[in-house]
Design a protein around this ligand. Sequence first.
Ligand code: MLT
Length: 407
Amino acid sequence: MIRINPHYKKLQASYLFSDIAARISDFSQKNPDTEIIRLGIGDATRALPAACIAAMHEAVDEMGQDASFRGYGPEQGYAFLREKIAEHDFAARGAQIAADEIFVSDGAKCDTGNFQEILATETRVAVPDPVYPVYVDTNVMAGRTGAFQDGRFENIVYMPCTRENDYLPDLPDTDVDLIYLCFPNNPTGTATTKQTLSKWVDFARQNKALILYDAAYEAFIRDETLPRSIYEIPGAREVAVEFRSFSKTAGFTGTRCAYTVVPKECRAFDKNGSPEMLHPLWNRRHSTKFNGVAYPVQRAAEAVYSEQGQKQVKAIIDDYMKNADRICREMDALGYSYAGGKHSPYIWVDARTDSWNFFNALLEKTGVVCTPGAGFGPCGSRYIRLSAFNSYDNVDRAMQRIRKALG
Ligand code: MLT
């Protein structure tokens, strides 16, 4: 008799952003005259940089000629892209990452979700609360947790991020093996310093733990002294895997290109406590289950690193950050306390009431979509997340509507 994976039955019925999309669709059907402004899911709204489009067109033309056509590429990504990444994203910031430590993929969501597969089922997992739900749900699917109780899964160590600790997780005071960190953070928008990140690297080294570091939002960091990569911290190569994405950096949410860094020294341990390197294991997993990102898409990603590409990406990010600033100013004017918005496209607002009630009321009264904080964990139950991914005009109109409704 065919049986289901019973751990799937522990999950919430639907994924947070699918749930929200269904609610918006329902609202739209009932209120066809209300213009909806989406400050919910962090999805790019600006066109791809012109340099990426030109490179993609050229690559498509290559695919149309037998002489330049390409079939299967390397599963790990083409050398032309991996080398550019190593040079611009790491060497230029003093972090030593070799091109063959970079695995190009179709998304940081998939990679952060899949990486746990190469780790033991008994792995003790620590996540911040609030947290990007993918980290938790994929560990639930893998059978590492107990039941869902009061908004949390048994057997997961939650690290509360509240106003009291400036929304930065404290080091766990219990044994953990795998720690998920995300900076600038989704959903709170908080950034971290080299000093704070060093504490995590030291903790992982002392406790033989591994850090999965999600840096999908690093392009939004405005202060050059803040770390963009965990490999800017000495000792991180042994204890950290990093996830990056072109989605938020260059508008690739619909185009799909990201990468994961697994340094050659990065290790877990076998049952006898001997170190096992993760690079060959991830390589094995990646080449077995993934066939590489489309050639034109990798050429488009390569163009992000050209002189024109860099200028165009910076202009797009600057525009999103103007939106973030507009949201922050409105929250200040309305007297709402919030985090984020300075090095991140997300603003984490203390709604002072149940987050789903706030979400529903905001949608009803203003047509503005936010993300209810409860979807990221119990510490988010009174918060909502506003996203700066939209046009300035839409953000400005959303803020005017919010002022009218809540001011
Ligand atoms: C978000 O809104 O949190 C992100 O768009 C989710 C994602 O990147 O998958």
